[in-house]
Design a protein around this ligand. Structure first.
Ligand code: AMP
Ligand code: MG
Length: 271
């Protein structure tokens, strides 16, 4: 089945996002099973091939931004999708509440420092978007401040894009019921209890405010140079399938080539 995951799931620039209209259970006709597994394996293999090219070429970087509500599957996505990648060319940056040093700078300072170098794939587990999400929901700065950030973010991402950083942003979309089910699972399973934080349960009370903040960020910041994708993520297998296909397609679209050898291979002589 030829599904164009990128086309189906990308937020068209300028289109107003309504998350209630995006079904977190959507699978674009795919079902769990052999065919899906084969397609996922193929996408991960394609990603691996592309990463090797990216690493060899060293001309550009790929930045993957992952955002979701708590228990949305950011960690799981990183673990599954990146299995085929060479760790030497891969970095992950997790953004938490800013440290004292980070908080003493502009909001993009810590983010820009974490942008992957040419040749690398960098994953942001949370990102500069927290500065228009948690910061907005909890009034951590005044509205005049956060409301200007959408444009600042677009400009920042445009600068990166013009400097050969390919940006792909994924919102892992789960339902409120699915979040509850995942929290429940964490409570019941001793191997998952370490993941529970009181903050997650508190944040759940702000679900509607987060939905509104996400809708604004997805609407205002999906641009041709740094598109957002809304990934239906209630089903983990579909989430992994969609993200890995979108990544493979985007990298193949760059038509990367191995660099020419720096020596004349024919003239090299064995001793
Ligand atoms: P976790 O991803 O579970 O490690 O949690 C990280 C926490 O840090 C989340 O609750 C985020 O909302 C919070 N966080 C991330 N960035 C910021 C920020 N810029 N300001 C305030 N809180 C943040
Ligand atoms: Mg958390």
């Amino acid at each position: 089945m030829a599904t164009n995951f990128s086309k189906e799931l990308m937020v068209k620039p300028g289109k107003k996002v309504k998350l209630a209209k995006c079904d977190p259970e959507e699978t674009l006709g795919w079902e769990k099973g052999h065919r899906m597994k084969a397609s996922l394996a193929k996408a991960i293999e394609r990603l691996d091939t592309q990463q090797y090219l990216l690493f060899a070429e060293r001309k550009r970087a790929l930045l993957i931004v992952l955002q979701s509500l708590d228990a949305g599957g950011k960690d799981g996505t990183i673990r599954h999708v990146m299995t085929g990648c060479n760790p030497q060319g891969c970095t992950v940056a997790s953004f938490r509440k800013p440290s004292a040093e980070e908080a003493a700078h502009d909001f993009l300072w810590r983010v820009h420092r974490a942008v992957p170098m040419y040749g690398d794939i960098g994953i942001f587990n949370r990102s500069h978007y927290e500065d228009v999400l948690v910061v907005r929901v909890h009034n951590l700065v005044a509205k005049e401040v956060w409301s200007r950030r959408y444009e600042q973010i677009n400009e920042f991402e445009r600068i990166l894009h013009e400097n050969n950083v390919k940006i792909l942003k994924f919102f892992l979309h789960i339902s409120k019921d699915e979040q509850k089910r995942r929290f429940r699972q964490r409570l019941d399973d001793p191997d998952r209890q370490w993941k529970i934080s009181e903050a997650d349960f508190d944040e759940r009370k702000f679900w509607d405010e987060y939905v509104e903040a996400y809708e604004d960020a997805l609407t205002k910041c999906s641009t041709p140079h740094a598109p957002w994708y809304i990934i239906p993520a209630n089903k983990k297998w579909f989430r992994n399938l969609a993200v890995s296909h979108i990544l493979a397609e985007a990298l193949e679209g760059l038509r990367m080539k191995f660099p020419a050898p720096s020596v004349d291979v024919k003239k090299l002589k064995w001793q």
